[in-house]
Design a protein around this ligand. Sequence first.
Ligand code: AMP
Ligand code: GLY
Length: 423
Amino acid sequence: MKVLIVGSGGREHAIAWKVAQSPKVEKIYCAPGNAGISQLAECVDIQAMEFDKLVAFAKEKDIDLTVIGMDDPLVGGIVDAFETEGLRVFGPRKNAAILEGSKAFSKDLMKKYQIPSAAYETFETAEDALNYLETSKYPIVLKADGLALGKGVLICNTKEEAKEGVKTLMLDKQFGSAGDRIVIEEFMTGREVSVLSYVDGKTIKIMTSAQDHKRAKDGDQGLNTGGMGTFSPSPFYTAEVDAFCKEHIYQKTVDAMAAEGRPFKGIIFFGLMLTPEGPKVLEYNARFGDPEAQVVLPRMKNDIIDVFQACIDGTLDQIELQFEDNAAVCVVLASDGYPEHYEKGYKITGFENFDGKDGYYVFHAGTKWNGDDIVTNGGRVLGVVAKGDDLKKARANAYEATEWIHFGNKYMRHDIGKAIDEA
Ligand code: AMP
Ligand code: GLY
């Protein structure tokens, strides 16, 4: 069969790599893709938000299955655009992708269906939000309602900071219309865990757990980023936590969406915080995490095409998900200065060091071809991934492999997986 993948980051490279393992797949296209993806798939110069062009391309090439990696097109209704034309596509429809697309929607859903999450209020005007802050407890958390590249969340330690935050989101519109409405939420403490799942509208199957590192600098300092590195599984995701989430969070979320007339098919990414009162939902995403996919997919044993098809057909109950009994660590190699200002266009060398090395992967995020060279083309450039028998071995392997790659302005965190030592 022919598969089209929509997106251009490390997550889409990991998806393409996993799709390429399937004996059912004869050809992969990726729009728009990157230099790494182009070694597995034919990259097409169509952007993820160009729905009409993507639909026309899928028809022209007789694509059997399209897989949407990114949040923006999902929230914008790309799945509906494909389905209207009778095309098979993996991902939630627009009315279900709102689970990620609107924080106010997801918070209201959790409240209505008693899914554990932080207490909150929603505000449509800066004036109301500012009044509310007068009598709030600090720290407090401000969230832009809409998509903001994972950067629309402000943790404010004082009333002054919070007021400044309301100004940034609602008046200065730093995240555009994403800040037309904001959620103000109780500050929670605890360890964070990401849990990805496949969902077919009614059945949910949980993948292995992972943990991201969102801040740019060592010691969780610096600005929030898309994610600087991950490990999987999380040693803090115990059998007890799993049992709690299965009872109070996962199936309840799927049932809630169905009850609202918004059946969810695709990936639900549960961002959880393990608080002293038990696990609570920090956020939902409607797609694989990036760079969570890079550590979860290499450990997945199933043919991913079978799982995608089962989600679309509503037969996920017949699939038994299987993961390897090992660990994986991803260290993101970024351009120094990310997530603010950074230079691009540096030649990257050393890819050949990964050739023939089992359990080591280099997934491209911001790269492109420049003649015969691969050059840096974004803030997050590559995700270096290694597996190991356990987390410590995987971490040592991954950091070893980061030394195999060279480019100008190469930057990484040196403490990805430090939490493993505290487990
Ligand atoms: P989100 O995009 O909602 O996951 O938020 C980004 C990050 O902000 C999370 O990964 C947490 O580290 C932090 N965060 C979000 N909400 C809260 C909260 N209610 N309490 C404490 N930290 C939070
Ligand atoms: N790594 C976090 C995300 O993909 O949202």
